[in-house]
Design a protein around this ligand. Structure first.
Ligand SMILES: C[S@@+](CC[C@H](N)C(=O)[O-])C[C@H]1O[C@@H](n2cnc3c(N)ncnc32)[C@H](O)[C@@H]1O
Length: 232
């Protein structure tokens, strides 16, 4: 299905959430990161401000800041309402204590992204591209991150997951994916399949507990390490 603005619900997380979801504290300072499906998250803006290297790719970047802002405005209350109706499925703590705070945190993250976006596009930090095929040369990145896309959306299917993982491992030495649960909080059936696929190809795979949990039970990432690489 072609990517259109109508079939995306822009919802972006903060730098702090990315650092915890992917346990980025211990990453080497010169690590070249790819953020795949970063959408309107504040990660690229914040990570760049910290003097670190990051390229984000997402089909959302086919659109202008004004178009993305319009889609955020159209979806924002609907997403908050859906979360309100499923409050029991989330961990409310001092960082995000209730629905109102969630709205503020997400809105602030997306505004940070929108402010950075035009400049980041010029600098090549935001690249319009979509899985399962990525337009980057082999091994351009040390680590590729994928937050809240693969595994979360079961409807993407097995073949899409297989091809996406192959692309991510082509462009990066290591791939980290979070979460391992689907939207309905059930474990994704594709995690085992992906582990089998990468191990068969001689790479390594491990599930790592991380210091982040918002969707209840989603506190692990999958780390894939390309054979013959071991940095970061
Ligand atoms: C739920 S959002 C997650 C945004 C961000 N990663 C975060 O965690 O805050 C899912 C993102 O996947 C992007 N997306 C949709 N189809 C994609 C594809 N084929 N390849 C890469 N990203 C895609 C959407 O545009 C959207 O920005």
């Amino acid at each position: 299905m072609p990517f259109t603005l109508d079939n995306v619900v822009p919802w972006g997380r903060s730098l702090d959430e990315y650092v915890r979801m992917f346990d980025l504290e211990k990453l080497s300072p010169d690590c070249r990161l790819l953020g795949c499906a970063d959408g309107p998250a504040a990660f690229n803006a914040g990570w760049t401000r910290c003097g670190r290297q990051i390229v984000s790719c997402d089909p959302l970047y086919y659109f202008t800041a004004e178009e993305i802002q319009g889609r955020i405005d159209a979806c924002f209350q609907m997403v908050l309402q859906q979360t309100r109706e499923n409050q029991d499925g989330f961990v409310w703590n001092k960082t995000i204590s209730d629905i109102e705070t969630l709205g503020q945190v997400r809105s602030q993250s997306m505004q940070t992204f929108l402010k950075d976006y035009p400049h980041g596009l010029q600098e090549g930090r935001y690249v319009a591209a979509e899985l399962p095929d990525l337009p980057f040369p082999d091994d351009q990145f040390d680590v590729a991150l994928c937050s809240h896309f693969l595994f979360l959306y079961g409807a993407l299917g097995a073949e899409f997951h297989r091809r996406s993982i192959a692309s991510l491992l082509r462009v990066a030495s290591q791939v980290r994916i979070f979460p391992l649960l689907q939207l309905d909080r059930q474990p994704s059936p594709f995690v085992r399949e992906v582990i089998r696929q990468v191990e068969f190809e001689g790479h390594t795979a491990k599930i790592v507990r991380v210091p982040y949990e918002f969707q209840k039970g989603a506190n692990e990432m999958l780390v894939l390490q390309k054979t013959g690489t071991g940095r970061n």
